[in-house]
Design a protein around this ligand. Sequence first.
Ligand SMILES: [Mg+2]
Ligand SMILES: [Zn+2]
Length: 200
Amino acid sequence: MGVPGVIFDRDGTLIDFVRDEESGAVFTAFHPSHLRILPGAFEGLRLLLRSGFTLAIATNQPGVAKGHFSREAIGRTHDALLQRFKDEGVEFAAVEACLHHPVENPDGDRSLQVACDCRKPLPGMLDRIVSSLGFERARTWMVGDALSDVLAGEAAGLHSALVRPDRRCEACPLSDTLTTAVTGSILELCRRIAQTQTVS
Ligand SMILES: [Mg+2]
Ligand SMILES: [Zn+2]
């Protein structure tokens, strides 16, 4: 046995991508000022905590390996992210970030340019969280916005669920195989997951 858990992807699931209106560039947050918590996330995660779930984050962050930003930038951004959630009554028990990327790139940190076992869709981060927090896989969920999140969840023997606001996703054909259907609202998704854990 163990405790029920929900492991969240970061970008596109808990926080929005960053859009630079001047250049049109879209990138992932690497500074506290970039953080835009997606609507419904605070309320949904508070509901999960009240329903007895322990929460964690598992995020691919290949930007250091690619030379886009520093390892310290990720640390500062995650500290700020955790504080923002804590201020709203939501605590995460673990944060795992895969900093690796398998493609060689002279601009990036070469020590991170490796084929690892933690970059989603591989289940390495999820397995570490499950063992360190004592999650029961049959009552634990991986929630993300991409096919790689679903595949990582399935590889780790967890339930998987997708949150996609626009339904224009590559993983939508998979939705029939998901325990929880694709939904555009993280709050709605959290409500459905909470219902799986009703105390009798
Ligand atoms: Mg994502
Ligand atoms: Zn990795």
